[in-house]
Design a protein around this ligand. Structure first.
Ligand SMILES: Cc1cc2nc3c(=O)[nH]c(=O)nc-3n(C[C@H](O)[C@H](O)[C@H](O)COP(=O)(O)OP(=O)(O)OC[C@H]3O[C@@H](n4cnc5c(N)ncnc54)[C@H](O)[C@@H]3O)c2cc1C
Length: 370
């Protein structure tokens, strides 16, 4: 039995690492526990080399979170002396009258106003200041990106230059090392928690640890082990890695008429670049093959491998930061979009529990129950 921790953070994916990091930076005594032998293992949502970031979600809230996150990523880059956020353009394409395409178009137009507000509040940096967008018709998209074929005539493309990718594996490693070397943090990998109360956790082997607070950042495992009352869903997905061909968009989202979404990005793999394409349909190889044959025929033969993994969804795709009736804190449900907000997640969860900063602005927008 061990006690004396200000906080016990369970689950060291991107959310748990960033929460533990904020707590450590603020002088708290932290116990950080992860079931696997390291962070970002295959099977968790935070695995893999890169993640897309963008300021053109068909959702205002997510875009605002991203503007805030950009400056936090910059702070992390300074702290660790490493490039973490790479800026590249994002092609958002789909039928002109698709709800998401229309939303993005509208959002781009009003973004200027948000940028001005952010600048006034000193939350934006040069990435945001230089934000521009361009609208292309179907023919122009295929001319700009010759790897894209067979676009229907009613398609448009919205190119947003305030997007790119994040070196996800790199930041996971950096934060894990930071925590492991921090004097007020105890990190234990290969340590599975099976029970949590307001002030304690119990491990698989029966050991108990006590702390002032417990926060579960357990991703798609949350429902299985802890949060049976609140709905969350473990959704099996898959993405595919290719050797790139000429004429690919640096990053893209395609909104299909049937509601499906495909996404893609270059992904740095050491010295080499690969290209990743995934979808929001779930794990269906045939869908991907059909899609490639139609949209990216030259890429089809460049397939290297597929990667099965999981999203952690909530029914409304909302992020969950909350405390249950027994006093246990939760931060989960970040679905297919959560990585880019990693530093913000940490700030929100830390401040939600310890309440040291006035986050009322953010609270109003996306902290539901903390
Ligand atoms: C294929 C794919 C593509 C994505 N693309 C993007 C993208 O382009 N851009 C973007 O921003 N986001 C993207 N996301 C979403 C993003 O990666 C996730 O939202 C984010 O990684 C969720 O992090 P998490 O910490 O909540 O969950 P996880 O990474 O799953 O972390 C939870 C951790 O808790 C541990 N754990 C669980 N139960 C226990 C227990 N009982 N005891 C101890 N430890 C436990 C797990 O082992 C795990 O390490 C993508 C996700 C996937 C799967």
């Amino acid at each position: 039995m061990e006690s004396g921790y200000d906080i016990i953070v369970v689950g060291l994916g991107c959310v748990g690492l960033s929460t533990a990091y904020q707590c450590a930076k603020n002088g708290l005594k932290v116990l950080a526990l992860e079931q696997h032998i390291e962070s970002g293992m295959l099977g968790t949502s935070s695995h893999g080399l890169a993640r897309i970031w963008r300021t053109s979600h068909p959702n205002k809230l997510l875009n605002e979170m991203m503007y805030k996150s950009i400056s936090l990523w910059k702070e992390l880059e300074q702290e660790f002396g490493e490039e973490l956020l790479v800026t590249k353009s994002m092609l958002n394409m789909g039928p002109k009258d698709h709800e998401s395409i229309q939303y993005i178009l509208k959002q781009m137009k009003i973004d200027e106003e948000i940028i001005l507000i952010s600048l006034k509040e000193k939350e934006a940096d040069s990435h945001v200041m230089g934000k521009e967008y361009k609208v292309l018709n179907s023919e122009e998209i295929m001319k700009n990106y010759p790897a894209i074929k067979n676009l229907p005539e009613d398609y448009i493309g919205i190119i947003d230059n305030c997007s790119g990718w994040i070196y996800s594996a790199k930041i996971m490693k950096l934060l894990s090392e930071y925590l492991t070397n921090h004097e007020s943090v105890t990190v234990k990998y290969n340590t599975k928690v099976v029970k949590a109360t307001k002030n304690s956790v119990t491990l698989e082997n029966g050991d108990e640890y006590f702390g002032e607070n417990v926060v579960l950042c357990t991703g798609c495992e949350t429902k299985e082990y802890f949060d049976k009352k609140f709905q969350s869903e473990k959704k099996a997905v898959e993405y595919y890695i290719f050797n790139p061909v000429e004429g690919l968009p640096p990053t893209f989202h395609e909104y299909l008429p049937d509601g499906g979404i495909f996404y893609g990005t270059f992904e740095p793999d050491g010295e080499k670049m690969t290209y990743k394409i995934g979808n929001y349909y779930g794990r269906k190889y045939e869908i991907m093959l059909e899609y490639l044959a139609e949209r990216y025929p030259t890429l089809k033969s460049k397939l290297k491998y597929g990667v099965p993994c999981f999203f952690t969804n909530t029914p409304g795709y909302e992020f969950q930061y909350k405390k249950d009736a027994s006093g246990v804190h939760y931060a989960y449900g970040f679905s297919g979009t959560g990585f880019k907000f990693m530093p913000l997640h940490g700030e929100i969860v830390y401040n939600g529990i310890f309440g040291t900063k006035d986050l009322s602005k953010w609270k109003e927008r996306f902290i539901s129950k903390l």
